[in-house]
Design a protein around this ligand. Structure first.
Ligand code: NAD
Ligand code: UGA
Length: 454
């Protein structure tokens, strides 16, 4: 069995490395138009940072796992083709700012059609709007070449930072196939691949449309939980309640559950916002304006939470941060990744810069991306060493929940900062009382600030 995956990104690379690792008899080739990325996959400096990934890649690379820019050859030799290319939000034309930009996906479908010489199973691994498979089937079967392409939906649920554990031990695998003889046969073949390591009862099957919609819905529900708790965090700050206590109290209700109730400066990542906007666009396309407005609000609360964080900084620091040095601890959208796509840190830095603050950004893995994201800002520095970043700073804004930030020497940090020394914990991961006792002015998410100045 030969598998080809088009797209060697955050999803294509790790998922294929896991399939190759768990299915030694399957030959897996990951192809991409980005030659630099493909070259990096062949070294020990992988193009993405993901804990545990290198070990899994090295276990199969050169044996049954290959990375290549020979896309046509990869397609031609494959029995199953996963398509895992990016599907960003459209920035132009009809649906701009909401709909999915499917140009990369469609290019792949056309390439597959043009170079294939035998029947193939095409697996949608990218996150796509409902009924994309239908459009792809039309592209694939246009013209007369007598080749049959069976399209399956197999959305990916891994989260960055925990991708290897998620892939090795997934809550579920979802595969959608057509309710036809060929559809069910193809679906069975893909089930058999996952069954090499995933218990059968965790491999769910459905029709293609349910599978496509389940992926968008899962991300919308997860993001909605973050926005819900963040909306309540604003009320906590106003009333004197503590969001941690509220999260704990509601999370112990087994119907609600405790996960994804961590209030923060907002959710980031390449997918939550994009997928919700896509869902909103889909609802509107079908005339379901109330459903669209409901989900749109999840994104709006997220923007509000990020701006609210900057407003809190401004207000606490006596209404002006012009010329003040603010150290940003953490730029990645979450811990354990170098990914900064849609990171709340981007908006926070831009808004601080509009107030003419002097910003210095520190992050253990995301500084290269941060430099690209903030290329247009003035008065900005980048410093890997946290202690150098905070030296002479007026304030610290902690924006990513990296473990290293929890164990910093805050006594040393306090003594190196301007006074009053402010700390804004955008992730609620620090010991606020202890920081207050050291002399800091402490502000966090979802509880009233601790100030020596009142
Ligand atoms: P990515 O940008 O990291 O990777 C996509 C890759 O596809 C890039 O390397 C790009 O060069 C390549 N590509 C684009 N067009 C191509 C073409 N025509 N031929 C060959 N290669 C091409 O994106 P990603 O984060 O891996 O996401 C891919 C898809 O998976 C998206 O639809 C996303 O919504 C979904 N997804 C992502 C995550 C995640 O954690 N990042 C999780 C689940 C699902
Ligand atoms: C998310 C989903 O969790 C995955 O299942 C999905 O496959 C993926 O999107 C995708 O489709 O791309 P990811 O974005 O990698 O994964 O990371 P999450 O752990 O979901 O975190 C997303 C954002 O929400 C981060 O900025 C995180 O810090 C924030 N978050 C998460 C909170 O602010 N509070 C929480 O309680 C949980």
């Amino acid at each position: 069995m030969n598998i080809c995956c088009i797209g060697a990104g955050y999803v294509g690379g790790p998922t294929m490395a896991m399939i190759a690792h768990k299915c030694p008899k399957v030959k897996v080739t990951v192809v991409d138009i980005n030659a630099e990325r493909i070259a990096a996959w062949q070294t020990d400096e992988l193009p993405i940072y993901e804990p545990g990934l290198l070990k899994v890649v090295k276990a199969s690379r050169g044996e049954n796992l290959f990375f290549s820019t020979e896309i046509d050859e990869g397609i031609r030799n494959a029995d199953i083709i996963f398509v895992s290319v990016n599907t960003p939000t459209k920035t132009f034309g009809e649906g701009a700012g909401r709909a999915s930009d499917l140009q990369y996906w469609e290019l792949c479908a056309r390439r597959i059609k043009d170079v294939s010489e035998s029947d193939k199973i095409i697996v949608e691994k990218s996150t796509l709007p409902v009924r994309t498979a239908e459009a792809m089937e039309r592209v694939l079967h246009s013209g007369e070449n007598g080749i049959h392409f069976e399209v399956l939906s197999n959305p990916e649920f891994l989260a960055e930072g925990t991708a290897i554990a998620d892939l090795e031990n997934p809550d579920r695998i979802l595969i959608g196939g057509h309710e036809t003889k060929t559809g069910q046969k193809a679906l069975g073949q893909l089930v058999d691949i996952y069954a090499n390591w995933v218990p059968r009862e965790r491999i769910l099957t459905s029709n293609v449309w349910s599978s496509e919609l389940s992926k968008l819905t899962a991300n919308a529900f997860l993001a909605q939980r973050v926005s819900s708790i963040n909306a309540i965090s604003a009320l906590c700050e106003a009333t004197g309640a503590n969001i941690k206590d509220v999260s704990h109290a509601i999370g112990t209700d087994s119907r609600i559950g405790s996960k994804f109730l961590q209030a923060s400066v907002g959710f980031g990542g390449s997918c939550f916002k994009k997928d919700i906007l896509n869902l909103v666009y889909l609802c509107e396309t079908y005339g379901l304006h109330e459903s669209a407005a409901y989900w749109q609000q999840v994104v709006e609360i997220n923007e509000y939470q990020q701006s609210r964080f900057v407003k809190n900084i401004l207000q606490s620091m006596f209404g002006t941060i012009a010329g003040k040095r603010i150290a940003i601890l953490g730029f990645a959208f979450k811990a354990d990744t170098g990914d900064t796509r849609e990171s709340p840190a981007i908006k926070v830095c831009k808004e601080l810069s509009e107030e003419h603050a002097k910003i210095v950004v520190s992050d253990p893995k995301a500084l290269d991306n941060a430099k690209l994201d903030l290329a247009n800002l003035e008065n900005i520095d980048f410093e890997e060493d946290v202690y150098k970043a905070v030296n002479q700073a007026d304030a610290i804004a902690l924006l990513t929940d990296w473990n290293i930030y929890k164990n910093l020497d805050f006594e040393k940090i306090y003594s190196s900062m301007q006074k009053p020394a402010f700390i804004f914990d955008g992730r609620n991961v620090l010991d606020h009382e202890k920081l207050f006792d050291l002399g800091f002015e402490v502000y966090s998410i979802g509880k009233p600030g601790l100030s020596h100045l009142n």
